[in-house]
Design a protein. Structure first.
Length: 267
């Protein structure tokens, strides 16, 4: 579902699903070289600079993007002194784009402070809307503590601090894959009609203890107007077109669409 609107992922299973079940004719998504904590800490704390330098040597270059997690020990030292001083010229000379990844702490504070340090060390320009933009060769990615609510709060804080949101990327694989439960989407599918001896009968639930759990009844249709979608009973459809389509019927797949078709419709 995430890949319908995005083309970046580190979840190989998502690629397999898009190709296997939705007959994708192209690579559904891509990733970039990215350091993980163990690939930094394996060098030892005393060699943190060399761990980062190795990422530059291995993955930097024209039109290339690489990400380096930088909070294994002291994020502020890493951003200010290692990236901002010791490796600054090498980052610039090798080309491409370095994406620094903080991965702990309070996201709003960490992102804004990291932006301030990078702007001080690498400079910035001011865009047409008056916000600061880091040089093209350096950006931030925040993946810790990210969900749909926290992203909005972080974006607001970035702008209040005077920075453009184009400075920051977000990763939320952990949230998408693990921070879910049966109520995540705020809806449930219930039986609304049953056929007994050839006759259809409307059924529904209406708990006295929770009106929010009352379900719709009857055979349902979906209509589309200029501003909204509306669920109605089939007998209330009148001259409107039912937007629902039968995908599965009695165990058979009736409509088999590609992943590219789904993406195109989502646009």
């Amino acid at each position: 579902a995430h890949l319908v609107n995005f083309k970046g992922t580190d979840s190989v299973s998502a690629l397999v699903a898009a190709k296997r079940w939705y007959n994708s004719n192209e690579m559904p998504a891509f990733s970039i070289p990215a350091a993980e904590h163990s690939t930094i800490t394996a060098w030892g704390k005393e060699n943190e600079k060399f761990a980062y330098e190795n990422m530059i040597d291995q993955f930097a270059g024209e039109n290339k993007i690489y990400s380096v997690v930088s909070d294994s020990y002291n994020l502020w030292n890493a951003v200010s002194h290692i990236w901002g001083e010791q490796l600054k010229e090498k980052v610039i000379e090798k080309g491409g784009r370095l994406v620094i990844r903080p991965d702990s702490g309070e996201p709003i504070e960490v992102v804004c402070r990291t932006l301030e340090i990078l702007a001080d060390k690498f400079g910035y320009r001011v865009n047409s809307k008056g916000y600061k933009v880091l040089p093209d060769f350096i950006r931030i990615i925040q993946g810790d503590g990210i969900n749909s609510n926290s992203i909005e709060a972080i974006l607001n804080a970035i702008m209040q601090a005077g920075f453009s949101v184009e400075n920051v990327n977000f990763g939320m694989g952990g949230g998408l894959l693990q921070q879910i439960n049966r109520d995540t989407m705020g809806w449930a599918m219930k039986a609304s009609a049953i056929c007994i001896n050839g006759e259809w009968k409307a059924i529904y639930k209406d708990p006295i203890t929770s009106q929010a759990k009352r379900s719709k009844k009857g055979i349902l249709a979906l209509t589309k107007s200029e501003n909204e979608w509306q669920t109605v009973r089939i007998e209330e459809l009148n001259d409107k077109e039912n937007q629902l389509r039968t995908i599965f019927l009695n165990g058979k797949l009736l409509i088999d669409e590609s992943f590219e078709q789904v993406r195109q419709r989502a646009e």
